[in-house]
Each structure stands twice: as C-alpha cells, then as structure tokens.
Design a protein around this ligand. Structure first.
Ligand code: MF3
Ligand code: CO
Length: 255
C-alpha cells in the first residue's frame, strides 16, 4: 500500500533528513586511508545518538532474510555494491571508493540516504563512475513528479546511463520510505515511460541507483548481507529520500 504522508509527517521527515545529511557529511569527512569501516560505523552511531535519534538499519530484519543487520551504517568498499558490514579489520586504502548508506528514525519517521566517496585520490575511471551515479540519482529525482509514474523514474535513469557502458544493478531498487524503512512502491532503476504506480504529492520515496563499472550482475555474500559485483569491478551508489509534490520534487535528505 502506498502511503501519503500528512503535512506533520513531512515536516518531521524534513528535520530527520537534514539530520541524516549532517551525519553523512561528518562521516564522509572522516574517510581517509588507514581508517577501518567499523570506526566509521561507530562514529555514525555516536552522532545519531547525540541527536536523540535512532539508527534505522541497526538490527533491521529484512523480509525472509537470515540475521538482522548488525550495524548502523552500511559501508560498501570497491566491488561491494550495498549493505557492506563494517569491520575492525576492513581498512580503507588510498584509491578505494566507499559507499556510506545511512538511515535514521526521527520522531518515528524514517529517512534513508547514501553517498559514495573517494579514499584519498582515485583513478579517473572511478571519478567518472561516481559522477555518473550521482547524476543518475538527480536525473531520477527530476522525473519523480506528481501525476507521473514510477516507471518514468526508472526510464529516466536507464536512458541517462545508456550513454555509459556501466551495468545498472537490477535486482535491487529504491522504495517508498517514511513510516517504515521500506514501503511500497518498489522504485527500480530501469523501466518504461508511463508504466507502474502513479506518483502522488505527499508520497516519499528513496531513489537509489547502483552502477557497476562492469557487468550488472551481483553476488550475495555468505555474510548474509553484502552484495558485490560478479566481475569484481567497482560499484557506486547514491541515494536520497524525496517528497513528491505538484511541482519540483523536494529532496529531504539535503544538508
Ligand atoms: N539504503 C538501504 C536500503 O534501502 C539500506 C538498508 S540496510 C538494512 O535497502 F540493513 F537496513 F537493510
Ligand atoms: Co534505501
């Protein structure tokens, strides 16, 4: 069921989204060669606690899946696409790219956002992948308008990505968000114009393209959470929580 948020809920999600953006910015500033992915997770947890909010992913039980997610932040390095589990032994090194995905629950409402950032200086090919993935997110957001359909978002992203040779991960998608972390509808990063559910003002969506430098296929790790690319090539991921309006979409997870 697609949930239209009340003006009061939207106001709370605006505040939550702002706080989430602040956490991601602060965690991003800590990214450097030599830091462990666990240190980033601990830092994000501390920040969200200081704000008086709750990390949305910690202990999250995915539908039908094994164990609950054991951390607050998803940290996905290089060929890890999403849901990388932070570890003390996983040390970032110069030239890596790392996706930081975080969600918070502020006054009962969820927001969800992700960025992929360089560790030190990275190759031009990785720079290009990051720029294209972030742009794909904004192209998708721009297509998310009241009166349009969910398929218009995927169509916009897919058409934009066609100009590159990247693989669009198609077994994972964006989603409704707000009263729960994952609500209807699914928001795939590919699609056909004018198809799928109608977008209505007051709907809140997480749009999250994942682009692989190589093939689109991904492998599910034995740890029960991590998705990595099938060919071992790097992958990038950007995500915002947005509000559908009568006009321009509003990005809620903006600093
Ligand atoms: N942004 C991710 C998603 O929407 C984060 C989920 S991690 C989980 O799927 F642990 F909460 F599942
Ligand atoms: Co999400």
């Amino acid at each position: 069921m697609i949930i239209i948020k009340t003006p009061e809920e939207i106001e709370i999600m605006r505040e939550g989204g702002k706080r989430l953006a602040e956490v991601l910015n602060k965690v991003k500033a800590k990214v450097r060669p030599g830091i462990s992915t666990k240190e980033l997770d601990d830092y994000a947890f501390r920040l969200v606690k200081e704000m008086g909010d709750r990390p949305a992913f910690l202990n999250y039980q995915a539908d039908g899946a094994g164990r609950p997610y054991p951390a607050s932040l998803c940290v996905s390095v290089e060929d890890e696409v999403v849901h990388g589990i932070p570890k003390t032994g996983r040390i970032l090194k110069e030239g890596d790219i790392v996706s930081l995905d975080f969600g918070i629950v502020h006054r009962g409402l969820f927001t969800d956002s992700a960025i992929t950032v360089p560790v030190g200086s990275i190759s031009p090919a990785k720079e290009k992948l990051l720029r294209a993935t972030e742009e794909a997110l904004y192209v998708g957001i721009d297509a998310a308008r009241g009166g349009k359909k969910v398929g218009d978002i995927g169509y916009a992203i897919e058409s934009f990505v066609k100009t590159y040779k990247y693989g669009i991960v198609d077994i994972l998608s964006g989603h409704g968000v707000g009263r729960e972390l994952h609500e209807d509808p699914y928001v795939p990063n590919f699609g056909r114009k004018g198809t799928g559910e109608l977008l209505k003002p007051g709907q809140t969506l997480a749009i999250e393209p994942m682009l692989n430098m190589g093939v689109k296929e991904v492998i599910f790790d034995d740890d029960g959470w991590t998705f990595r690319t099938a060919d071992g090539k790097p992958s990038a991921h950007f995500e915002h929580t947005i509000l559908i309006t009568d006009g321009d979409p509003e990005i809620l997870t903006k600093a």
